[in-house]
Design a protein around this ligand. Structure first.
Ligand code: URP
Ligand code: ZN
Ligand code: ZN
Ligand code: ZN
Length: 469
């Protein structure tokens, strides 16, 4: 019997802190040896000329999530994890959503059932609390946290998800007592409603109206409110999908007060702008709907601010916020009501497969961030924030053998035709990148190779987490 199931030989290992040449020996799905010459293996992968990175962890994705009447999300667990694997990821974190008036426990168990046996890579499930009733706060949430659903998201906007300030405080309070991690969608509901109605009255119903309805002040105000509530309750929080310099200022302000405010941003805020929602260059008046997501991408100058936040440590993680809807589809972006106003265009864009190449290319290849910072932003910090560390998120003895063999010099052009998600477009069509995932290894099994997903469906598991002591 060979000592290892798989050896990865001749590559350059990269963690959040170190870069060094070494071979890896993998046994029973875990990293069992790191050394100079590992040869006694049933199978060997040649990684010479390649980087060996911890597999990407995308801690903010939406998969098969209920999305309002007549609207269907474009990915199920099979297609989303297939796309994620092809894009160099080994773990993704979607959300079990509690519909208003329904049981969070039942919604969570039904959602988990959709995932079981249907994943190419591991998933860990966050919750969305939309209705914090006494039963949810008193019994359901504490029980779910104890079962391993240790993180949840609260929304400060969206008709069917928004919590008022008192509800947010109650959920924060419970999270503090139970040791759970809370993510906050910081955009102010009433301000958006006010702007939306005003824009519609003025006849501004194009997809671009979406950007006008949610200017930076809407995000800044909500970020400030969330941070203030976190201070009151004494709870660390994660402000997700931060899009603007003004919300960043609030986060920096909170940290100066000594508060533990974590922050996430996404590739769309580094590479897309509000002008994309004008659909310039197309004679299809709805083209801009392809870029409608919340918060919206901002003006070009704002991108430099987000990069500064990535460089200076203001941001802990870069996630995709993958939230795929088909474009040319009455159950997607082009639903009949969506044609009458931006208000009805489903919010969200696909990005699960393109997050790593875009951040590597614009970050590492363009000289903005180091390789180690890339690993921290795309894997290590996700694992640390959400209770997957030290099982996932780095390369070390005993870690899951979740790895991406990465060619830092390979040039590619992003094309919908080559992607594996269920959406029928990518916002990055024609975007050129330098740096590309060549092979994805999930718990020791090769799941994707050169753009082909080879692993069997069902290799990925649903992972339960424990609260940190
Ligand atoms: O537009 C977006 N981001 N849709 C996904 C849901 C959310 O708020 O993250
Ligand atoms: Zn259960
Ligand atoms: Zn959100
Ligand atoms: Zn999201």
């Amino acid at each position: 019997m060979p000592e290892f199931d798989l050896a990865v030989r001749g590559g350059t290992l990269v963690t959040a802190t170190d870069t060094f040449p070494a071979d890896l020996g993998i046994r029973d799905g875990r990293i069992a040896a790191i050394g100079a010459r590992i040869t006694d293996a049933a199978r060997t992968l040649d990684a010479s000329g390649l980087l060996v990175l911890p597999g990407g962890i995308d801690s903010h994705v939406h998969i098969a999530q209920a999305s309002g009447p007549g609207i269907v999300m474009a990915d199920d667990f099979a297609s989303a994890t297939r796309a994620a694997a092809a894009g160099g990821n080994t773990c993704v974190m979607p959300f079990a959503l509690q519909p208003r008036g329904a049981s969070l426990r039942e919604a969570t168990h039904a959602y988990r059932a959709l995932a079981e046996g249907q994943c190419h890579i591991d998933v860990a499930i966050h919750l969305i609390v939309s209705d914090p009733t006494p039963a949810v706060l008193g019994q359901e949430l504490p029980a779910l946290i104890a079962e391993g659903y240790t993180s949840f998201k609260v929304f400060m906007t969206y008709d069917d998800l928004v919590l008022n300030d008192r509800q947010i405080l109650d959920v924060f309070d419970l999270a503090r007592r139970e040791g759970a991690r809370v993510m906050v969608h910081a955009e102010g509901y009433d301000a958006i409603r006010y702007m939306t109605e005003k824009l519609e009255k003025a006849g501004e119903t194009r997809p671009f109206g979406h950007a006008l309805s949610r200017p930076q002040v809407v995000e800044r105000e909500a970020a400030h409110r969330a941070i203030s509530h976190a201070e009151l309750v004494d709870l660390p929080i994660v402000i997700v999908h931060v899009s603007g310099e003004q919300a960043m200022e609030q986060i920096a302000w909170g940290r100066e007060r000594g508060l533990k405010i974590h922050a996430e941003t996404c590739p769309q805020y580094l590479t897309l702008t509000a002008d994309h929602m004008k659909g310039l260059g197309s004679d299809d008046p709805m083209e801009g709907a392809k870029y409608v997501c919340s918060p919206p991408p901002r003006e070009a100058a704002n991108q430099a601010a987000i990069w500064r936040g990535i460089q200076t440590g203001l941001f802990d993680v870069v996630s995709s916020d993958h939230c795929p809807f088909r474009y040319d589809d009455p159950a997607g972006k082009l639903n009949p009501k969506g044609r009458t106003s931006f208000r009805w265009v489903p919010n969200g864009i696909p990005g699960i497969e393109t997050r790593l190449p875009i951040l590597f290319s614009e970050g590492v290849s363009a000289g903005r961030i180091s390789l180690n910072r890339f690993v921290e932003l795309t894997a290590t910090n996700h694992a640390k924030l959400y209770g997957l560390y030290p099982r996932k998120g780095s390369i070390g003895i005993g870690f899951d053998a979740d790895l991406t063999l990465w060619d830092p010099n390979r040039r590619e052009t992003i094309r919908q035709a080559n992607l594996h998600h269920g959406a029928d477009y990518t916002p990055w069509e024609g975007f050129s990148v330098t740096g590309w995932p060549v092979t994805t290894i999930a718990r020791g099994a090769i799941v994707a190779e050169n753009g082909r997903v080879v692993g069997p469906l069902g290799h990925g598991q649903v992972i339960d987490r424990a609260v940190s002591p």
